[in-house]
Design a protein around this ligand. Structure first.
Ligand code: 8YV
Length: 309
């Protein structure tokens, strides 16, 4: 049983998640992670992957011994500080794959077949004057996935029925029926579509740079459902503006919720506001898994999905 008001809830939560939280917990709330920590002896923090937690927050509350983040990504946590101070952390992998993979495939098809423009074409009555442009088929394309964790592997399985040729890159080769490339540039050279499903960390920071985009080439497409930090956005903007790549579908950006203005006027992008896991079913599952981890912590049991860093 989690004692009343022993969990500090940090950051803004959508209503559907707050409803789940309020069914099971009574929390004290801190909307701004950089704000003054409220008085109280909190044993744990509940937050979301899109809320950056500074180490100063933990320094100000030495009673906190565990943090549960709603989300698969945990780049929002000061991992070195947590590790150095023996503070446990949990995330929510495995329960958002359906939502994230469905969005990735939807964005890919929307980009290739230019579905948003096609709708505007009909709504503007331009169709009465000329036919819509010819686009491109997914079947037969070479699809490369950067990051073959749970989501990357799930994405690959879902793409197989689309008659594509799959390949991947990542820190190491895995027992998978797809071609492995040891680095992102060689994967980009070998594929028509590059899907980013990797974690945000020091190794992936700005991994998609001008050289990789050049390797992807003028018929290549980039899909990012990982993190904005994985892409050098200045290089991507140049590649898109100069048509050095054919297009990009982006659900994540370096600066959210105010992405680089340069993306907004391009005709070869499909942009969504970080909605990978934003379905009611998924957010309920994530919230309850985060709370299950909190309960395990308070009951001195192993966490269900501990962040091992
Ligand atoms: C979270 C995310 O899903 O799961 C992740 O890593 O990218 C986020 O969208 C969301 O913040 C959960 O509330």
């Amino acid at each position: 049983m989690i004692p009343v008001n022993s969990v500090l809830q940090v950051g803004q939560f959508p209503e559907i998640m707050q409803l789940e939280i309020d069914k099971r917990l009574s929390t004290i709330k801190l909307l701004d992670p950089h704000g003054k920590a409220p008085d109280g002896s909190f044993a744990a923090i509940l937050t979301r992957s899109n809320t950056q937690l500074p180490k100063e927050l933990f320094e100000a509350m030495p009673s906190v011994r565990m943090v549960a983040t709603c989300g698969v990504g945990y780049d929002n946590l000061p991992l070195d500080y947590l590790k150095d101070n023996g503070i446990k952390a949990s995330n929510t992998p495995g329960v958002l794959n359906d939502a994230v993979c469905e969005l990735a495939i939807g964005m890919l098809l929307g980009l290739l077949r230019r579905i948003p423009e096609a709708q505007d074409f009909v709504k503007s009555t331009a169709w009465s004057k000329s036919p819509f442009t010819i686009t491109s088929t997914l079947a037969g394309k070479r699809v490369g996935i950067a990051g073959m964790g749970r989501i990357g592997q799930d994405l690959a399985k879902r793409l197989e029925p689309f008659k594509v040729k799959l390949a991947y890159t990542g820190p190491s080769r895995k027992e998978l029926p797809y071609e492995y490339f040891s680095n992102i540039k060689s994967l980009a050279q070998a594929c028509d579509i590059l899907l980013l499903a990797c974690p945000a960390n020091a190794e992936t920071e700005k991994m998609i740079n001008a050289e990789v985009l050049d390797a992807l080439g003028p018929k290549g497409y980039l899909i990012n459902i990982a993190r904005g930090s994985v892409v050098d956005e200045e290089a991507l903007l140049v590649a898109l503006q100069q048509k050095n790549i054919a297009g990009a579908a982006l659900d994540v950006f370096e600066n959210e919720p105010n992405p680089n203005f340069g993306f907004l006027n391009l005709d070869n992008v499909l942009l969504t506001p970080h909605i990978g896991s934003a379905t009611s079913e998924t957010r309920q599952l994530m919230t309850n898994l985060a709370i299950d981890n909190l309960e395990a912590f308070y009951n001195q049991k192993p966490l269900l999905t501990e962040v091992k860093n």
